[in-house]
Design a protein around this ligand. Structure first.
Ligand code: GLN
Length: 488
């Protein structure tokens, strides 16, 4: 077995014991990147030499005690929506071309303090708007299971990097499913933490009442190890919660089965008319496995599900139109070459800098916030959001967590939804509502539809990530999807 094929926890343990060097592990990943990147195109920026130099320096000064270096020597990547000091950060947009942030995101700081080695920045849909990673201004990432297909999005570069074993973990962001959906389409693990669990300081904002940063990995225990490092209070993000971070590994290993756990199946998700037969069958197998592990299965209802797409796309676009106002050609990135006047400088810089999907969201968002339409659209969508959250709170009183498909279909062909943004928005039907509710969701691989991976999501109460890890770990182990790698 090659080093890059190990899981994060496996390689971490070898590094601690001194059985492999940080340099050897880093080199293994860099070789793997060189071999896979021409077809996968998961990275927008790399720091090969700096990473090797860092690894060598770490080997030369091995700590005696690893308790405050839980990720010592582990190579990781991060989505290009997070700032890394000194590395270009573009959110896959032309408008930020050439922007080099002078500071690290909170989560990047945490990774570095824990001893992780950052190898590069992952491609994504521009400003995290999209579900395919085709809406990047730079390249379309491919799915390592079938390079003619999309990896999902918007954290498609992160998912592809992890599935192709370019790194042991990546950080993505999830506003409406962007961690869970690409994890599912690429056969890996991803968790969207509870709103407020992880600081967004240094995350380029898309829709601030939804955005959360979270890990993507090949095993559930790896995701737990990563979340352990990045979760927790940060005074630089006023929405970041002071709730204490539990020991996720202890929660994950608290029991050997799922006895005593009640899992709820949302009727509206499993009965969805667009649900692919292969996805439905893989989900059913996972539910059966949960029952055999001792879980009790009950049916629950999320009655306002059908309104989640409309509510989400109104609110997220509204917040995006406000957040993206800062890209004015003055402070960061691209400025038009020969503006006629100030007004033209703003308009032309933004017209040249933002791609079509981002422009669509800004227009839509400005429209629903405008004086004449605010009550009809923005206020209504906010009211619907509250009803959707209430659905989740009611359902989670009848069970400990919900189980559902992540995407109605497995990975589709690149270009397949090109002309029709609505068709792409409809693919988010199972993921958006959890962000509207602010609750945590863990996507784990459970099987295949044909030759393409399928994931399910486990959705829990606020700050109950530990229990999601418990269920996800048991399920992936019995289903044989623990440390699954794309066959490439
Ligand atoms: N596909 C959704 C959107 O385009 C979600 C994206 C995300 O979670 N960042 O808004």
């Amino acid at each position: 077995m090659e080093l890059f094929e190990l899981s994060l926890c496996e390689v971490r343990d070898l590094l601690r014991k001194g059985e492999v060097s940080a340099e050897a592990v880093t080199r293994s990943c860099l070789n793997r990147i060189n071999a896979t990147e021409p077809s996968v195109k998961a990275l927008l920026g790399r720091r090969d030499e700096a990473a090797l130099k860092q690894a060598r320096a770490m080997d030369a000064a091995r700590p005696a005690d690893f308790s405050d270096k839980p990720l010592w020597g582990v190579p990781v990547t991060v989505k290009d929506v997070l700032t890394v000091k000194g590395m270009p950060t573009t959110a896959a947009s032309k408008i930020l071309e050439g922007f080099v942030p002078p500071y690290d995101a909170h989560v990047v700081e945490k990774l570095e303090q824990a001893g992780a080695i950052i190898l590069g920045k992952n491609n994504m849909d521009e400003f995290a708007m999209g579900s395919t990673t085709e809406h990047s201004a730079y390249a379309a990432t491919t799915n390592p299971w079938d390079v003619e297909r999309v990896p999902g999005g918007s954290s498609g570069g992160s998912a592809a990097s992890v599935a192709a074993c370019q790194c042991f973990a990546s950080l993505g962001s999830d506003t409406g499913g962007s961690i869970r959906q690409p994890a599912s389409l690429c056969g890996c693990v991803g968790i969207k933490p509870t709103y407020g669990r992880v600081s967004r300081y240094g995350l380029l904002a898309y829709a601030s009442s939804f955005d959360q940063v979270g890990p993507m990995t090949r095993t559930v225990e790896d995701a737990a190890a990563m979340l352990q490092v990045i979760a927790g209070h940060d005074r630089r993000d006023s929405t970041c919660s002071p709730v204490a971070v539990p020991d996720y590994n202890a929660a994950m290993t608290a029991q050997a089965d799922l006895k005593g756990l009640k899992l709820g199946l949302p009727r509206e998700f499993f009965g969805h008319e667009g649900l692919d037969a292969g996805v439905a069958a893989a989900c059913q197998k996972a539910v059966d496995a949960a029952r055999e592990l001792g879980a009790e299965i009950v049916e629950v209802s999320l009655p306002h599900t059908e309104y989640s797409i409309a509510s989400y796309y109104i609110l997220a676009a509204a917040e995006a139109s406000s957040n993206l106002a800062r890209y004015d050609g003055v402070r960061y990135g691209h400025r038009t070459a020969a503006p006629k006047n100030l007004e033209d400088m703003y308009t032309s810089s933004r017209t040249e800098g933002f791609g079509p999907e981002v422009q669509r969201r800004i227009l839509l968002g400005s429209y629903v916030l405008s004086a004449g339409y605010y009550d009809a659209y923005y206020r209504k969508a906010a009211q619907v959001r509250r009803l959707i959250r209430q659905d989740y709170l009611d359902a989670l009183r009848q069970c400990d967590m919900l189980v559902a498909p992540v995407s109605p279909v497995p990975a589709w062909k690149i270009g397949e939804m090109g002309g029709d943004p609505l068709q792409m928005y409809f693919m988010d039907i199972f993921t958006l509502s959890l962000n509207l509710a602010g609750l945590p969701g863990l996507s784990v691989p459970v099987g295949m539809s044909g030759s393409l991976p399928v994931g399910i999501q486990l959705m829990g109460r606020a700050f109950d990530e530990g229990r999601l890890f418990l269920a996800g770990d048991k399920l992936t182990r019995v289903l044989g999807t623990h440390n699954q790698r794309a066959p490439m």
